[in-house]
Design a protein around this ligand. Structure first.
Ligand SMILES: NC(=O)C1=CN([C@@H]2O[C@H](COP(=O)(O)OP(=O)(O)OC[C@H]3O[C@@H](n4cnc5c(N)ncnc54)[C@H](OP(=O)(O)O)[C@@H]3O)[C@@H](O)[C@H]2O)[C@@H](O)CC1
Ligand SMILES: [K+]
Length: 478
């Protein structure tokens, strides 16, 4: 599992390091050496200018300069601030015997490669326009730890940040590497091992992870199992029936044993303005019974409520499902039906809002994406999947994950319906809700990658078998 640490947590780990046999100068030496190695691997030797700030991020910059110079690279350091006397950064600066130059825009622009070692974890306020101007002049920028101006805890910009081609961080990625807008400024992110003792890292109990397959385990099909073992998912279908069909096919590919589309209207009625349900797919059962009749069957435990349902129907149907104590994933119209009424979601297991739906349900929640998702999970008691290119999955118990495998092609009509179908499908097979939500989000992103360009929502379910096969093969070999 790949934990993410905030800068404040990293500081705690740093403080614990000496008691576990590591000190800051040694870690700084390893950090600078790791940055130099990463640069040497990826770029041809060229004229490098290191912008070195006053703190330990600057210290890493001086060490990097020394290691690159030792490898024969032409390097100059341009100090932006003065390290505190006696600090590890001051020692690192003293060990730099190469050229020191004034930081000017012209010098930055003339360098083939600029290293941003101005601010990292210690960024405390907005960077000055002068500092932002220097960084913006770089042709190719490599950032140490974080691009200066990106808040490592939230990904928010403090002042401005420039565009790095590569960011090398240490010990663990920070939330700001995965959350927008910071994520967009990092370029490729590498995480280097700098010899931080495990005992020091263990002083922090992680509550936030990068969403990778190490975080969850997909249901394993029993050799002698039958379809009922894999659960029965009921998806409520409404006038925009295409949304429910997309969700249904995704849930089936995610492994549900039985799938019903429930519409309270007869199939011959023209109220289904979208895709006719008749003949949708031979493997999907269409049920027109009243919801109470369906709820009388207690094997129908898991329900997906919202996609294409219509706001008027979604509200009362959601309330009925909650009253019946079912496992519910609420999305789309079911969320809009709870506008400004998050209390109506009590009893729902998972919600999957995009930013628009989220702000309708939780208009009073402000701040960064991670905090908002966590607050919404606490308020509702549900797993919150706050969607986007940097989807956050938050649980009411404080656990959260940030997803980073979603390509931009996922921003297409019906993509959200597919996601809710995958998650509901995993829930139906008995996966715990937080894990099901994380796995669903990751599989959705991986399916889009696997399909490649020209993606439409229908392709996502079709791409799932290949993703599942690759995942299974990887697990079998590790
Ligand atoms: N375990 C690890 O991962 C290791 C991490 N290491 C490295 O340490 C880095 C963190 O070092 P750090 O704590 O010294 O903070 P850093 O980012 O250098 O800045 C602090 C200085 O900047 C100043 N300042 C802040 N904002 C400002 C602004 N907007 N405008 C102007 N000034 C501003 C601030 O001033 P102050 O707020 O105190 O007035 C202070 O002087 C981390 O990113 C990583 O690179 C490795 O060396 C070892 C192992
Ligand atoms: K930096």
């Amino acid at each position: 599992m790949e934990a993410l640490f905030t800068p404040a947590e990293m500081t705690e780990i740093d403080h614990a390091a000496p008691a576990h046999g590591a000190n800051v100068p040694a870690l700084m030496e390893n950090a600078g050496s790791a940055v130099a190695r990463a640069i040497h691997r990826r770029y041809r030797p060229c004229r490098v200018l290191v912008l070195a700030g006053p703190g330990n991020n600057g210290g890493d910059g001086y060490v990097t300069a020394r290691h690159l110079a030792a490898r024969g690279w032409p390097v100059v350091v341009a100090p932006v601030g003065t390290p505190r006397p006696g600090s590890p950064a001051a020692d690192a600066a003293a060990r730099w015997r190469g050229p020191l130059v004034e930081p000017t825009i012209a010098r930055v622009a003339a360098a083939a490669l600029v290293i941003d070692a101005i601010f990292g974890a210690g960024l405390a306020r907005a960077i000055t326009p002068e500092c932002a101007g220097l960084l913006a002049a770089a042709r190719t920028l490599v950032a140490i730890d974080m691009p200066s101006g990106v808040d490592g805890a939230t990904g928010a910009l403090r002042g401005k940040a420039a565009q790095a081609a590569l960011t090398i961080t240490f010990v663990a990625r920070k939330p700001g590497h995965l959350l927008l807008p910071g994520k967009a400024h990092c370029g490729i992110v590498l995480c280097a091992d700098i010899g931080m003792p495990a005992g020091a890292v263990a002083t922090i109990t992680p509550t936030l992870w990068r969403n990778t397959p190490a975080l969850w385990q997909l249901p394993v099909l029993a050799a002698a199992g039958h379809k009922f073992d894999r659960g029965h998912l009921t998806i409520l279908a409404g006038p925009m029936s295409g949304a429910a069909i997309l969700a249904a096919n995704a849930a089936r590919r995610a492994g549900v044993g039985l799938l019903s589309l429930a519409t309270e209207t007869s199939l011959t009625e023209t109220s289904l303005t979208d895709t006719p349900l008749t003949g949708t797919a031979p493997g999907i059962m269409i049920r027109t019974d009243p919801i109470d009749t369906l709820l009388a069957d207690h094997r129908r435990q898991v329900w997906l409520c919202g996609p294409g349902l219509g706001i008027d129907r979604a509200g009362p149907l959601l309330a009925t499902l909650i009253a019946a104590n079912r496992t519910i994933l609420a999305d789309a119209d079911a969320l809009t039906a709870c506008a400004d009424h998050p209390d109506r979601l009590h009893g729902v297991r998972v919600i999957t809002p995009h930013e628009g739906e989220f702000s309708r349900v939780f208009p009073h929640l402000a701040g960064d994406k991670l905090s908002r998702a966590r607050a919404a999970a606490t308020i509702t008691g549900a797993i919150v999947v706050l969607k986007g290119e940097d989807t956050v999955i938050a649980a009411p118990d404080g656990r959260a994950a940030i997803n980073d495998n979603a390509p931009p092609s996922l921003a297409t009509a019906g993509s959200g319906d597919t996601l809710s179908g995958i998650i509901a499908g995993l829930l139906t097979q008995g996966m715990p809700a937080f894990e099901a939500a994380c796995a669903g989000v990751w599989l959705h992103g991986a399916a889009a990658h696997t399909h490649g360009p020209g993606l439409i929502a229908e392709d996502l379910a079709e791409a799932l078998p290949a993703v599942l096969a690759t995942l299974q093969a990887t697990r079998n070999t590790t």
